[in-house]
Design a protein around this ligand. Sequence first.
Ligand SMILES: Cc1cc2nc3c(=O)[nH]c(=O)nc-3n(C[C@H](O)[C@H](O)[C@H](O)COP(=O)(O)OP(=O)(O)OC[C@H]3O[C@@H](n4cnc5c(N)ncnc54)[C@H](O)[C@@H]3O)c2cc1C
Length: 333
Amino acid sequence: MTAKQLQFVILGSGINGLSCAIRLSEEFPNSKIQIISEQFSPNTTSDVAAGLWGPYILGGTPDAKCRFVIQNKKVQIEDFISIFVVSEDGRMNHTTISCNYGELDLPIACGKLNLSQITNFQGSYSVAFMYATFTCEPSKMMNYYYDILSARNVQFLQKRIQSINCLEMLNISSNAIIVNCLGFNSKYVFNDCELFPVRGQVQKVKANFVFHSIACESCYIIPNTDTVVLGGTKQKSNNLNVNFVDRYNIRNNCHDTLPALKEAIMVTDNVGLRPVRRSGVRLELENITSANGRNYAVIHNYGHGGAGITLAWGCAGTVVQLVQRYAAKGSKL
Ligand SMILES: Cc1cc2nc3c(=O)[nH]c(=O)nc-3n(C[C@H](O)[C@H](O)[C@H](O)COP(=O)(O)OP(=O)(O)OC[C@H]3O[C@@H](n4cnc5c(N)ncnc54)[C@H](O)[C@@H]3O)c2cc1C
């Protein structure tokens, strides 16, 4: 098989499916790419996320693998339509303050706050860290990706996939490389019993006076460009309904931490299921045979837990490498 003839069918159109489409279309410009998905932005789990860049609820993903994927991220500031503001006195002002969270292994401007700085925050914290990171607003990022992909003639098909057998009904050639980015639903479509949902409820509010993210034991507050994301829950549950007790607790905990938020106008409540996998993110190639005996090469890319926005670009890079190895072998596994 030559790179010229490659065909990709990407299942799922969240941040991972779209990042794969972008990187595959860059690496294999003559390939044919189709994205099949039940939902598109703004109706994916990725749209619920605040997009703070950092590792969080990653199941058993080893630190080394996580660090590799993060380093593999090609940070193009112009790609991140969201916040990366430099303040008037020259400091990057999108900083994150993390209270009582333990030592964090993050690269830029990480330091412990002294006691007088800590008392600027409500609550009785004894340890707090401040570090620089950035926020990549998923919905804006995904819109930007759709524009690029449409210009590259990537095809989109809205369809629910029940199992690998559906690919035959859709006339997908067995030469096509399938890239599985179905997020939590990989549990059912690819029978992965290691996946479990960690439910996250958030509230987006108008509060243009918030410039720093704050994460502590009881809540987090993350500014995006148009709204501020108040969170949140992490419950082992697959309930996608807004829970009013959760909503009350989120608002209360965030008000306690930053009292000015009491004036913030509510925009929307959102719930999403973080796709957490016991042994960590799944990034590998598998040969799957359908009920009718057709073989498909499937590259899995799912199970990103609470850090799918952070890891998407790097994981898509690994998908490209898996394709290169597969294509170099000349045919099937
Ligand atoms: C409240 C909350 C806050 C978060 N905050 C952050 C954060 O600040 N930073 C961060 O890095 N991460 C964060 N995350 C995690 C992040 O949102 C996820 O890891 C990420 O969205 C997973 O992306 P994905 O593309 O794998 O899955 P999804 O976004 O779920 O996309 C899956 C796609 O597959 C499609 N699909 C599913 N099943 C089928 C089917 N049967 N047939 C066809 N199509 C199907 C869906 O329609 C969708 O298009 C947060 C998550 C939550 C819930």
